[in-house]
Design a protein around this ligand. Structure first.
Ligand code: FES
Ligand SMILES: [Fe+2]
Length: 440
C-alpha cells in the first residue's frame, strides 16, 4: 500500500485518515497478518471457566479456539481443529467435558489436550510416540493478567505485562474496586455490527459524540437530577497502541459514586464501601479507583468500560465491513443482592446491546460504513478528519476526551503496523504523543 493512509499536516494542523482503511479487503488481510497474527489478543476471562473441565469455544481473528480449564485447573487455548485431518473438534458452544471427541474418525482428546484414544492405533508406526505427537495444538502463547486471558498466535511477542504497559494498572484498578475481587457473570452478549472494527475503537475513544448521539440518555440523567459535564475529562495515548479515556462527568458509579437514580439504599452502601476502600487502598489510590470512570482500549481487541458498572467488550473483525462484538459483565465476587440487581439494571440500561448508548453507537458506526461508500475513489474527499485538539497536542497540553487525540494515537500505531509507507507527515512533528499518568 503506497498511497497515503494517514496524513498528518503540522503546518495546517490537520490529521486525516484514508477511508480505504475501513473498506479495503487488502488492508483487512494485512491487518490479519500484521496485527492479529503478531500481537497479544484478549481471549476471555478466567472466571468464565469456574470449574475444572469447563470450556467455551470462541473465534479469535477468524480462528476457532477451545478455551478450557483442564482437570488440574489449568487454563488452555487449543486450536479447534483436529490434528488428524482438520475437523472442528468441539462443536458445542460451551459446557463441561473431560474429553473432546472428534466426530469424523472418533479420535478423542482430554481437556488438557492430550490424546485419550485413537481408534485402531496399532495401524500407526511407533504408536505411542505417534499418539503423543497428535495432541490438540495450543496457541503459541497464553498469559493471564488479573484474570484476563490473552493469547498470541506467534511465540514472537514480548511478555504480556510488557505489552500491556500502563494499561495493566488500569486492569488492576478494576480488580481493586472490591475487596473480594471481580468475576464475570454467566452469559455473553453477542451482536454483529455492519461496520469496520476500527470504528468501534474510535467510537469508544470519542467523547465528542456523547452529548449529540446519546441525547436521550443525557436528558434522562438531567431529569433524574444529575448534571452531565464534559469538563475535566481527558484522553491518553498509552504505549503499544493502548488508549484511555478518563471521565468524571458522565454519570455515577455503582458502589463508588452515588447519583439520584441509584436510590437511597445505594447512597448508604456507597458511603460504607468508600470508607472500606480508603482503608484498604489508601486515600490517593482509592480516589483514582473510585472517582474516575475509565474507558480502556487494550490494543487490538479489548475494550473495558469501567463506567457506571463494568463491561468487557471483545472485537472480532469478520470482514472489512462486519465486526462481531462479544460483551460480558464484570461484578464484585461478593456483593449485596440489591446492589447486584441495581448494577445489572444500570449496566444493561446504558452499555447493554439494548441500552441507551450501545444501539446509538452501533448506528453511528454502521452509518459511517454506509456513508463512506459515497466518497470511494474520491481522492482528497475520501479522508476522514481527526484534527480536533491537534493544536493542543502541539503545545503539549493534555488532550481532552472531547478531542480526537486518542484516535490519532490509534491511527499512528495502526499505520506503523499495517502500512508504514502510507504515513505522510508534513511540517515539523513533535517528539512524542504518549501521555502516561501516575495513579499509584
Ligand atoms: S479428523 Fe478428527 S478424527 Fe479424523
Ligand atoms: Fe457512545
Amino acid at each position: 500500500m503506497t498511497h497515503t493512509m494517514v496524513a498528518e499536516d503540522w503546518d495546517r494542523q490537520t490529521f486525516r485518515v484514508n477511508r480505504e482503511a475501513y473498506r479495503s479487503q487488502q488492508l483487512f488481510d494485512a491487518e490479519r497478518e500484521q496485527i492479529w497474527g503478531r500481537s497479544w489478543l484478549y481471549l476471555g476471562h478466567e472466571t468464565e471457566l469456574p470449574n475444572k473441565n469447563d470450556f467455551k469455544v470462541r473465534t479469535l481473528a477468524g480462528r476457532p479456539l477451545i478455551f478450557v480449564r483442564d482437570g488440574e485447573g489449568e487454563i488452555h487455548a487449543f486450536l479447534n481443529s483436529c490434528p488428524h485431518r482438520g475437523t472442528v473438534v468441539c462443536r458445542e458452544n460451551e459446557g463441561n467435558a473431560k474429553n473432546f471427541a472428534c466426530f469424523y474418525h472418533a479420535w478423542t482428546f482430554r481437556s488438557n489436550g492430550q490424546v485419550s484414544s485413537i481408534p485402531g492405533l496399532d495401524a500407526y508406526p511407533g504408536d505411542e510416540a505417534f499418539r503423543a505427537s497428535m495432541a490438540l495444538r495450543s496457541v503459541a502463547r497464553l498469559e493471564i493478567h488479573e484474570g484476563y486471558v490473552f493469547v498470541a498466535f506467534t511465540a514472537d511477542v514480548p511478555p504480556l505485562l510488557e505489552h500491556l504497559g500502563d494499561a495493566a494498572d488500569y486492569m488492576t484498578m478494576i480488580e481493586q474496586q472490591h475487596a473480594s475481587g471481580m468475576t464475570t457473570l454467566p452469559g455473553t452478549q453477542l451482536y454483529s455490527v455492519r461496520g469496520n472494527w476500527k470504528l468501534a475503537v474510535e467510537n469508544a475513544m470519542d467523547g465528542y459524540h456523547f452529548s449529540p448521539t446519546h441525547n436521550t440518555f443525557v436528558g434522562y440523567l438531567r431529569e433524574s437530577g444529575f448534571a452531565v459535564t464534559d469538563d475535566d475529562q481527558y484522553a491518553y495515548t498509552l504505549q503499544n497502541g493502548h488508549l484511555l479515556l478518563v471521565l468524571t462527568g458522565h454519570g455515577g458509579r455503582i458502589s463508588m459514586i452515588w447519583e439520584p437514580r441509584f436510590g437511597e439504599d445505594e447512597r448508604v452502601r456507597t458511603q460504607e464501601h468508600r470508607a472500606e476502600m480508603v482503608q484498604r487502598l489508601g486515600e490517593r489510590r482509592a480516589h483514582y479507583v473510585a472517582d474516575e470512570s475509565h474507558i480502556l482500549f487494550v490494543y487490538p481487541n479489548l475494550l473495558l468500560f469501567d463506567i457506571e458498572g463494568l463491561s468487557i467488550r471483545q472485537l472480532e473483525p469478520v470482514s472489512p465491513g462486519v465486526t462481531d462484538v462479544r460483551a460480558w459483565q464484570l461484578v464484585p465476587k461478593e456483593e449485596d443482592p440489591d446492589a447486584r440487581a441495581l448494577r445489572m439494571r444500570t449496566v444493561v440500561s446504558f452499555v447493554g446491546p439494548g441500552g441507551l448508548a450501545t444501539p446509538d453507537d452501533i448506528e453511528a458506526y454502521e452509518a459511517v460504513q454506509r456513508g463512506i461508500e459515497a466518497t470511494a475513489g474520491g481522492g482528497a474527499n475520501d479522508f476522514s478528519d481527526m484534527s480536533r485538539g491537534l493544536a493542543d497536542e502541539i503545545k503539549g497540553v493534555q488532550g481532552r476526551s472531547i478531542d480526537e487525540g486518542a484516535m490519532r494515537g490509534f491511527w499512528r500505531h495502526w499505520v506503523a503496523a499495517v502500512a508504514p509507507a502510507g504515513l505522510s507527515v508534513t511540517g515539523e512533528r513533535p517528539e512524542s504523543f504518549v501521555t502516561g499518568r501516575d495513579v499509584r
